[in-house]
Design a protein around this ligand. Structure first.
Ligand SMILES: Nc1ncnc2c1ncn2[C@@H]1O[C@H](COP(=O)(O)OP(=O)(O)OP(=O)(O)O)[C@@H](O)[C@H]1O
Length: 495
């Protein structure tokens, strides 16, 4: 298949502009070198390294943190210094903003709807056309050091040893281990899907490390969908698509994380489709992760969607309480080992964390990192009161955690309807407007992502939720009754 630059679709030109602005990634790289020296490895690794720099073709640059906690930490402890270093290094004077992932997703959706702006990841390292292969990787298992491997973008700390299995993920865990063992006769491709922040990337990284350890001579290629996209675009621009295809199609195991990002990107979808079919026909293994099952990827090309579902589609659920406790214990042990203190905390503190930070494991880790940063080796002696005081600014809605289920119950009660109506397909205004109001409340009062909210409202798409949020946002400015309704429900929910 030949790909012509002239035939490249919209996303190519958007990403083209981003790739030509690659210096943003290089400037950020230099900023990171100084920050790491100034803040120390532990603080840098916990707070700065997980953040991702994104840029539009218009020159807007945003540092996106995985959690609100990380954003707050950076704003408090490093933002001024980042600004100085950025200003000193960026000759073109681009403005840099700081957002949590949730804020970023909402604003990027809005920007793309109004101005067509597309954000792409400005990787700290320059984008390479030649993808690294497993033969570059030592056969020994990596030591979890909490840093990004220079190879392949794999996180060294994401191994099977540090992955905690539980009912929510044990099938996925077993499948990943089986794929990593190169055992014959498993389904191909394998797609893991689940809500954000519940271990998909961790599992895929663990699978890659283990597969490389088990068969050092095989070629394992791991990349995020965004990297696939930008590398492909670069290859098209440089007329090196053959090299790009050869690299991918020469893989014995190809792993693509967050494949849903490719949905709607016409030429990239097509390239991925051909890569996938070529590899599968040749008996090579392919593994994907996504935030939803292929059947729900409505913007994905139908042919690709059907091939993604052709092997094994394996769902991961949000971690339940016992798994959250298990993960916390494992992370505390690791922190203790890394920082030289007893890896334990009081049981009531553990339970408080597991009960209050349920939206994603990432959020749970963020809370633990905040405590560690504040208390250091005193972590194991912190009382519940002290922990609550440290974390209070990060808890939404005061002491009471509000769930989407609470919101649906309160909204349906307020409007005198059944909760099931909010989840139903019914579109008449008397039902649709309260449903939109409940979605708006879910966005305001919980940390759930738009796709997550959509899933909990009868499996709706994130674009439906976004539409509802914008609609209510616009209406409540002028509609006093609606505005009052929203306030009453919010007050009731906050207790
Ligand atoms: N079962 C688990 N055991 C240990 N750590 C976990 C587990 N699940 C999640 N985590 C941790 O939670 C954090 C977020 O996980 P990860 O990045 O893998 O989520 P994800 O599902 O890929 O999210 P996204 O969709 O946003 O990419 C990571 O630090 C990971 O180590």
């Amino acid at each position: 298949m030949s790909i012509k630059v002239g035939a490249a679709s919209q996303e190519l030109s958007a990403a083209y502009a981003a790739v030509t602005r690659e210096p943003a990634g290089i400037v950020w790289n230099k900023v990171c070198v100084s920050l790491k020296r100034e803040l120390g490895d532990a603080a840098f690794g916990s707070w700065i390294a997980p953040a991702v720099l994104r840029e539009t073709q218009g020159g807007d640059v945003v540092l996106v943190t995985p959690t609100g906690i990380a954003r707050d930490w950076i704003r408090r402890s490093a933002w001024r210094r980042i600004g100085e270093l950025w200003a000193a290094g960026d000759a073109v004077g681009r403005r840099m903003d700081l957002k949590s992932r949730l804020e970023f997703e909402a604003s990027a959706d809005a920007a793309s709807a109004t101005t067509g702006a597309v954000y792409v990841e400005a990787k700290p390292q320059p984008i390479e056309i030649v993808l690294p292969v497993s033969s570059d990787v030592p056969a020994a298992a990596p030591t979890p050091a909490g840093k990004t491997s220079p190879i392949q973008g794999l996180q060294e700390r994401f191994t099977f040893d540090s992955f905690v299995p539980g009912p929510a993920n044990e099938f996925a865990h077993a499948v990943a281990r089986r794929v990593a063992s190169w055992a014959d006769g498993h389904f191909n491709p394998v797609l893991f899907h689940g809500p954000y922040g519940f271990g998909k990337t961790h599992l895929l990284n663990a699978l890659a490390w283990e597969a490389m350890r088990a068969a050092p001579n095989k070629r394992v290629v791991y990349l995020t969908a965004e990297r696939f996209l930008s590398t492909f675009v670069r290859a098209v621009m440089d007329r090196q698509t053959t090299a790009f295809k050869d690299e991918l199609r020469g893989a014995d195991l190809l792993i693509i994380d967050d494949v849903h990002f490719i949905a709607g990107k016409q030429s990239s979808q097509e390239e991925l489709f051909h890569t996938l079919t070529a590899l599968v026909e040749d008996g090579r293994r392919v593994v994907f992760s996504a935030d939803r099952p292929p059947s729900a990827m409505t913007e994905m090309d139908a042919r690709l969607r059907s091939h993604l579902s052709a092997g094994l589609v394996c769902g991961m659920e949000p971690a339940d309480r016992s798994l959250r406790l298990g993960i916390l214990e494992r992370k505390i042990e690791a922190l203790g080992r890394a920082q030289g203190f007893t890896g334990s905390v009081r049981p009531e503190v553990l339970q408080f964390l597991a009960d209050r930070f349920t939206d994603s494991v990432r959020e749970l880790e963020g809370a633990l990192n905040t405590l560690t940063a504040r208390a250091g080796e005193r972590l194991s002696r912190l009382s519940l009161d002290e922990v609550q005081a440290i974390l209070r600014p990060h808890l939404r809605g005061g002491e009471k955690r509000i769930t989407i289920d609470d919101i649906q119950k309160a909204t349906s009660e307020h409007y005198g309807m059944k909760q099931a109506d909010l989840l139903s397909e019914r579109r008449n205004r008397a039902i649709a407007r309260p449903r939109q109001a409940a979605m708006w409340l879910a966005k305001q009062l919980t940390t759930r992502s738009l796709p997550d909210i959509g899933r909990r409202f009868g499996g709706r798409d994130h674009t439906t939720v976004l539409h509802a949020v914008r609609r209510i946002e616009a209406l409540r400015q002028d509609d006093a009754v609606l505005s009052q309704d929203l306030e009453t429900i919010t007050r009731k929910l906050r207790g």
